[in-house]
Design a protein around this ligand. Structure first.
Ligand code: ZN
Length: 386
């Protein structure tokens, strides 16, 4: 094992040792990164969450003006609850050329490579800076990075290109889908279940709405086709549903959460409008005959913008050069790249590990992938002194 390989392994072992499930604090991990950077004479800035329990981190190596290259990763991970792990998810375990742990792939592997490359960046006379960007709450709607992005070009430097190191198997990704997340709440009327006609069954209405969403989804699948994406159309999916209080009561309320993952070129908001029209025409007139309080209300919970790299993107050109390829790809999952691009920072997604392992039990990143990422970052260091 080379020095840089063992350094990556050591850093990755430390990073996965912090349980940074999105519902928990990431401050211990942030403090570790701060101390590590400080040991290389690099100062960093914390951007605390509103409740102070979490923080983003921004650090510049080799200058602090606008321009330079941002290396961006989220610190949070998805939960391990309900998953069967072969080994402790918060202890890095090596087996068959792979490192297993929660977050090893998504995306502490990339963060470990970035930190291990700090000496490489810091000991050279960079002609432009490298910015290390660590966020929180990516896994719960890309919300944590937004206050940091709002400051780019204000009191923080605006990088000329940002590499988002999500697991792409080190392929260059220049587009992803958009997410719109909603909650639909149905209000009916309670009644004894022996006299259902006196009530308005909120669960039945919700079931009809879910059926309508499936119908809308099938329609969209027939009309859209962008072969760059898999699947090549926008998708709709219901994630949770809850309603009712007892088996012998006609339920008054029912709510469900659903989301649309749309192609970048699709018009956002259409499914929500179609669902509202269906409720207005097919459900509410009958419901309101029983009670005026009957209602179907849909609330937007979150939006993660689609990512489409701008024409002639310098970020994409850089990633292609560093990976030695001429091929870009599009993906159906979302990242922070759309938010960076929207804020005027040309972005690209390229990082170690396979997205298939992200979020799964026995998540891993291969030693080979970490090596490819280290070579990519070494290439970046050469690029920035040349
Ligand atoms: Zn991720």
């Amino acid at each position: 094992m080379t020095t840089s390989q063992s350094k990556v392994r050591e850093l990755l072992a430390t990073l996965v040792g912090f349980d940074t499930t999105s519902s928990k604090s990431n401050l211990a991990l942030i403090a570790f990164v701060e101390d590590y950077l400080k040991s290389h004479r690099i100062g960093s800035l914390r951007i605390p969450s509103p409740d102070g329990a979490k923080a983003d981190l921004f650090a510049s190596i080799g200058g602090s003006g606008n321009g330079g290259i941002g290396l961006s990763g989220h610190s949070d991970c998805v939960p391990v609850e309900g998953q069967r792990w072969t080994s402790d998810p918060f202890t890095l375990t090596a087996r068959d050329g792979k490192f297993y742990a929660r977050g090893a792939c998504d995306m502490k592997g990339f963060l470990a490579c970035v930190l291990a490359s700090v000496p490489l960046f810091e000991t050279r006379a960079l002609k432009e800076p490298v910015h290390v960007i660590v966020s929180y709450d990516e896994e719960v709607g890309c919300t944590g990075v937004r206050p940091l992005i709002a400051r780019l070009g204000e009191d923080l430097p605006r990088p000329r290109a940002i590499i988002v190191g999500e697991p792409t198997s080190m392929q260059v990704i220049d587009a992803h889908k958009r997410i719109d997340a909603y909650r639909t709440r149905v209000t009916g009327r309670e009644a004894h279940s022996s006299l259902p006609a006196l009530g308005v069954n909120a669960i039945s209405a919700a079931a009809a709405l879910v059926g309508e969403l499936d119908r809308i989804g099938a329609e969209v699948a027939k009309t859209e086709n962008d072969p760059r994406f898999e699947p090549p159309y926008s998708t709709l999916s219901v994630g949770t549903i809850k309603g009712g209080t007892a088996g012998n009561i006609v339920p008054k309320t029912c709510e469900f959460q659903w989301q649309v993952r749309s192609l970048p070129q699709a018009k956002p908001g259409e499914a929500e409008r179609d669902l509202a029209t269906f409720a207005e025409k097919a459900l509410l007139p009958k419901m309101k005959q029983v009670t005026e309080e009957a209602a179907v209300e849909t609330t937007s919970l979150n939006t993660i913008p689609a990512f489409v790299a701008g024409a002639g993107s310098g970020a994409v050109a850089l990633a292609l050069k560093l990976t030695g390829t001429d091929q870009t790809h599009a993906v159906s999952y979302t990242t922070e790249a759309g938010l960076f691009e929207q804020a005027g920072c040309p972005s690209v997604i390229c990082g170690p590990g396979d997205i298939a392992q992200a979020h799964a039990a026995d998540e891993f990143v291969s030693v080979e992938q970490l090596g490819v990422c280290m070579a990519f970052l070494a290439g970046l260091a050469r690029e920035l002194v040349a």
